[in-house]
Ligand binder design. Structure first.
Ligand code: SAM
Length: 538
């Protein structure tokens, strides 16, 4: 259980707690709440768990103002700043940010709030709530998404009674959140950065507290993050040990030089572990690069890093924030080129560059949910748009007459084809390329009029308008399933494009879709995120 403490920034004190006068400190034996005057907004620290209703109401505020989340950890400025009060024109936060110096975890009497806890509050803001409470918070935020969609559709002049006449103000019925079968350590992939830690050590491996824009980034070890499994933490710790003994500098800012960059760890259910290390070559020659790769390999195969028992070690030279395999190949230094996973009885091969849902047990629930909702049958073709390694299409292939997948990452498409073959699935084809290029061509060139069930699961950037237009203008598409982990972002734009009244200016001439049902599936316990499965029909 996490330590019984809830810490949030809030404009108002929780109900039932009076605000002390400016500068005055108040201590109650049961619950002690402090308000730091001079901070941009008041914030509160409770040393006892708050009643769940209270915690929930605060969490709801976070949903309304998610920007607050960024400040949850940062606004916890050291106590002496609050106590002494800042100058008239300089708030403690301003002063703290101006110093730009990472500080040691600070302590308040009765409340230890370490850097690790701050990181937890940034990366997993719900971690102090019991899982049932987390699900309530997520249900609330999904409700808001459906309310927003309903009101945006009304603004767009929809006359669909299914939307305009719903008494709850939602655009369609909303199911309760389907819980994740695993709540802790569920991540099968974690990425760790290298940067200055709270003690100023530039070779710290962890995750960021703070932002680049505010220039107050501190890299904090992920040891306390509840969604990261122990194995990932162990590899991160070993990489840090390697860096400490390496003569080369870490690459903190590209233009300042340095080499060692982030670490990605992938694991599967049988404990196999793949590590990928990104390296900025700067002006090293091939021989020098080779020396570094050898040192890294030796460290993880026969040196102190051997305890991690890696099954694959990859090295990627990259001068960009992110590079695909095409831009800068993943170089296998040691072991198996792929990691394998089993999902719903099917075997999946996953390349280092390929996307795979980060919660494998949660992915099974998600795919089962999509399968039930899709109503794909032997008369329908199932289109899996943004298919990754083909997981959705392959797990539903037995329901449909045929599956067609589209994916832009070449390695993932190769995995999808291999996955179909190894599982003996012959009614699938996978196309490589951007969906906005491949899909309109595919739909235009179809000669049969077999009904289509389209499942889209794009990244956070949402679908390109050409993809939306192609799907909407294709009459054979009667059912559309949109799976999104950020339905209040770009996906909302897509929902409107699918459901708005016909608009010839935007070439959205096909019959509009109507939201039929929404089922949230929790894949990310402790975070605010949730996968939303939206079913549209027409
Ligand atoms: C959220 S993942 C979904 C993967 C897959 N449905 C699954 O469950 O494993 C999004 C996928 O979309 C791919 N993608 C992003 N933009 C794309 C585009 N414009 N065209 C095709 N695929 C794209 C990404 O490479 C990634 O594999």
């Amino acid at each position: 259980m996490p330590s019984p403490c809830w810490c949030l920034r809030s404009r108002k004190p929780p109900r039932g707690v009076s605000t002390p006068a400016r500068g005055q400190r108040r201590a109650e034996p049961e619950r002690r709440i402090r308000f730091g005057s001079g901070l941009p907004c008041e914030w509160a620290l409770a040393t006892k768990p708050l009643p769940s209703a209270m915690a929930l109401s605060w969490a709801r505020r976070l949903i309304r103002r998610p920007a607050c989340l960024k400040w949850v950890a940062l606004s916890t400025a050291p106590e002496e700043d609050c106590r002494q009060g800042a100058g008239r024109h300089e708030t403690p936060r301003k002063r703290w940010m101006k110093e730009k110096k990472p500080r040691q975890g600070f302590s308040l009497p009765g409340l230890e709030c370490s850097w690790e806890e701050r990181l937890s509050s940034v990366a997993t803001p719900l971690w102090r709530l019991a899982y049932e409470e987390q699900l309530k918070v997520k249900a609330e935020s999904q409700k808001k998404v459906l309310q927003t969609l309903a009101s945006r559709l009304r603004e767009h002049g929809t006359d669909k009674l299914e939307i305009t006449q719903r008494p709850d103000g939602l655009c369609c019925p909303l199911h309760p959140v389907v819980p994740s079968p695993i709540v802790n350590g569920y991540r099968n992939k974690s990425t760790f950065s290298v940067n200055r830690g709270p003690d100023g050590n530039p070779k710290t491996v962890g995750n960021y507290v703070g932002t680049g824009r505010a220039k107050n980034i501190v890299c904090v070890r992920a040891n306390r993050l509840q969604n990261v499994p122990e194995k990932h933490k162990q590899v991160a710790q070993c990489y840090e040990e390697f860096l400490q003994q390496s003569p080369l500098d870490p690459c903190l800012l590209f233009h300042e030089g340095g080499h060692w960059r982030e670490l990605t760890v992938r694991t599967n259910s049988s404990g196999h572990t793949m590590a990928i290390i990104t390296f900025h070559p700067q002006d090293l020659n091939q021989e020098e690069l080779c020396t570094q790769k050898t040192l890294l390999k030796e460290f993880f195969t026969c040196g102190p890093g051997a305890v991690c028992a890696l099954t694959s070690l990859y090295f990627q030279e990259s001068t960009m924030t992110r590079s695909s395999h095409q831009q800068s190949p993943y170089q296998l230094l040691y072991g198996e080129p792929y990691i394998f996973e089993e999902v719903l009885g099917l075997k999946f091969r996953i390349s280092p560059d390929a996307f795979f849902q980060i919660n494998t047990a949660g992915a099974e629930v998600l795919y089962q949910t999509v399968g039930k909702l899709s109503q794909a049958d032997k008369n329908t073709i199932l289109l899996d748009v943004c298919c990754g390694t083909g997981a959705i299409g392959l797990s539903l292939a037995h329901q449909a007459s045929k599956v067609v997948g589209v994916e832009m990452v070449e390695q993932a498409v190769e995995d999808a084809r291999w996955n179909a073959a190894i599982n003996g699935i012959s009614n699938c084809e996978f196309h490589s390329g951007k969906a906005e290029v491949v899909l309109p061509q595919f739909l235009m060139s179809r000669e049969d009029d077999q009904p289509l069930v389209v499942v889209v699961n794009p990244s956070r950037a949402g679908l390109h308008y050409r993809v939306v237009r192609a799907i909407r203008n294709c009459e054979a598409t009667r059912t559309l399933i949109y799976v999104s982990c950020k339905p209040d972002g770009e996906a909302m734009r897509n929902f409107l494009e699918f459901c708005c009244p016909p608009d010839s200016r935007k070439k959205l001439v096909g019959e509009p879709f109507v939201p039929l049902l929404a089922v949230p599936v929790d894949m990310f316990p402790h975070t605010m995120h949730c996968e939303l499965v939206m079913v549209f029909t027409r």
